[in-house]
Design a protein around this ligand. Structure first.
Ligand SMILES: Cc1cc2nc3c(=O)[nH]c(=O)nc-3n(C[C@H](O)[C@H](O)[C@H](O)COP(=O)(O)O)c2cc1C
Ligand code: SF4
Length: 538
């Protein structure tokens, strides 16, 4: 495939789409599908056919349009109309109103901050392209970055561009992507691997699933570019088996890319060859940890091992391996298309670009958002999220999943970037963001995450295996109002021990939800202790 051939496909596809007067796009991601969006799609197709409108109206399925709380969502283009809570019964009314007055009672206001305050890169094509048609992806500029890289850039120039962008890993720790790529590129070895971490086990998180469901080719293109940059000839996508739609669409993307020569031997007529396979995870949170993930891909039980050596030096089958997150790869094509400096214009000094969050919990606009780094938590919760529903009061926002912490109201003006969240005792994590209202007991919240860590601990090291159970039980004592001052001391000491003595990130971060609630909601722990005092003594 040459650049000219790619352009020809893109132009032909754009022409096809412009021939029709209207494009009706139906969200076909897991969220909307669970509320029958497939039936809406089928009803639209049938009704368009029945009315003989096939040459005027194109009906297509697309990925996530973001505002999951209002699903199933249907978008009408070029009019820029979004409809919420659609049913198959609404279909005739939508078609009746095409080009006329929209159906106001179903219309979503697209001028609200939920839409205007976002900035999309990784989600650029979500809700726009049909995830199962490579031509659709190509029409939006897809695979142009790959061809540009293969024909104009040396591998080290690709890495320089990624370094210039300042992109940091979106899987949690925020390690500089360009630096990781250059380490793998420099590592000695004939055989190298590129792995996409799509294990996504954090409670409340669905960013990676949604990206894979909405725009699998973008992730694939990012992986192929990475493989060229580091010198890998085999890639694996490690995705949890609970994500069947993401798996299906990614497999389709691989087949289509192979057919067009973007994968396989001598890609686009160059000496570069690369293959990608899918590996399914069984849904163990610890298998998201990179060394455990690699064990799992090798067919072993997924248990972390000590680092160093890091996977960049000795990873899959002992070979140099690049492990990056889904969203990290999804950022790559645009960086190579537009240049690293373009990407670095967004964000803060140390955290460049945008970040995708799954905004859930007690917030009006639950859904998937992508925002520039540096935006404040308050802007996310109140402007984009629309605040807390049912007249309740905001209490905290939990970021970073089980490895993160709870941030209180008085710190809501903190900018969202890797360092600021860490300084508060939480972390960016992979992008789960759960809003908590005044009805929640923070000890319950901490215990919920501790139960998760306890159950997901692989048991390899004692501090984590035993410590998480003890922490969980201690929190239970507080919940039952049986805890004493001594228990509070033990709780703090044990958190410290589990954090410092555990082998991998799961154990090291497991105490974070307790530590952050102790820091910001200590009064709730003390109140439970005070109530443990017998009434006559009080
Ligand atoms: C317990 C645990 C679970 C993790 N789960 C994930 C995950 O689901 N997805 C992910 O990308 N990274 C996860 N990570 C981080 C990975 O180990 C690794 O840092 C990441 O995939 C690197 O990609 P990045 O540099 O693009 O962020 C997890 C780490 C730990 C300690
Ligand atoms: S810290 Fe926990 S999850 Fe990690 S290796 Fe130890 S026991 Fe396993």
């Amino acid at each position: 495939m040459t650049n000219e051939e790619l352009l020809a496909i893109s132009e032909k596809e754009q022409e096809l789409q412009q021939q029709v007067r209207y494009r009706i796009m139906v969200c076909s991601s897991t969220g909307c599908l669970s509320s029958r969006s497939d039936e809406i799609l089928a009803a639209l197709e049938a009704e368009v056919k029945q009315r003989g409108l096939e040459n005027e109206v194109l009906v297509k399925k697309v990925g996530c349009l973001g505002l999951c709380a209002a699903g199933p969502i249907v978008s009408i283009q070029p009019d820029g109309i979004l409809y919420k809570e659609m049913t198959p019964e609404d279909v005739p009314a939508i078609l009746d109103r095409l080009g006329g007055e929209p159906l106001e009672e179903k219309r979503i206001d697209t001028h609200q901050p939920f839409f205007t305050r976002q900035k999309k890169n990784a989600l650029e094509n979500a809700g726009v392209v049909d995830p199962e048609r490579i031509e659709d992806y190509i029409a939006t500029g897809g695979y142009a970055a790959l061809i540009k890289v293969l024909t104009e850039f040396s591998p080290s120039e690709v890495i320089q561009e990624v370094q210039k962008s300042g992109l940091r890993g979106r899987g949690g720790a925020g390690y500089p992507t360009g630096l990781k790529w250059s380490t793998v590129a420099k590592a000695e070895g004939e055989q190298k691997f590129v792995v996409c971490n799509a294990d996504e086990g954090d409670p409340g998180a669905f960013m990676d699933r949604s990206i894979l469901e909405s725009d699998p080719h973008r992730v694939l293109e990012g992986m192929i570019i990475a493989a060229y940059a580091v010198g890998a000839n085999q890639g694996y996508v490690y995705v949890r088996a609970e994500y069947p739609l993401a798996v299906k669409r990614f497999r389709t993307a691989i087949r289509q890319a192979e057919k067009m020569g973007f994968l396989g031997q001598n890609i686009c007529g160059t000496p570069f060859s690369f293959k990608v396979d899918v590996r399914l995870g069984a849904g163990a949170f610890v298998c998201g940890e990179e060394t455990a993930l690699l064990q799992s891909v090798e067919g072993n039980r997924g248990m972390p091992r000590l680092r160093p050596p890091y996977p960049a030096q000795s990873g899959l089958f002992g070979k140099p391996t690049l492990v990056n997150n889904v969203e990290t790869y999804a950022n790559i094509p645009a960086i190579l298309r537009n240049g690293g400096e373009w990407f670095a214009q967004t964000g803060t000094e140390k955290s460049k670009g945008t970040k995708v969050f799954a905004l859930t919990g007690k917030v009006k606009n639950t859904g998937l958002i992508e925002v520039p780094m540096g935006i404040t938590l308050r802007e996310i919760v109140y402007d984009i999220g629309g605040g807390v529903p049912d007249g309740r009061k905001f209490k905290a926002v939990q970021t970073g999943g089980p490895s993160g912490g709870c941030i209180p109201e008085e710190l809501l003006d903190t900018p969202v970037d890797y360092e600021s969240l860490k300084a508060l005792g939480s972390m960016m994590g992979s992008g789960g963001m759960i809003v908590i209202d005044d009805r929640s007991d923070m000890i319950d919240v901490a215990r919920y995450f501790m139960e998760f860590s306890m159950e997901e601990s692989c048991g390899k090291c004692v501090p984590c295996r035993v410590g998480t159970v003890q922490l969980y039980n201690l929190l239970g004592k507080f919940q039952r109002r049986e805890a004493t001052e001594e228990d509070l001391k033990t709780l703090e000491e044990l958190c410290d021990l589990v954090r410092s003595a555990s082998l991998c990130g799961l154990g090291q971060a497991a105490p974070n939800p307790i530590l952050s609630t102790l820091k910001y909601f200590r009064e709730e722990y003390l109140a439970k202790i005070r109530k443990s005092t017998p009434v006559e003594e009080a």
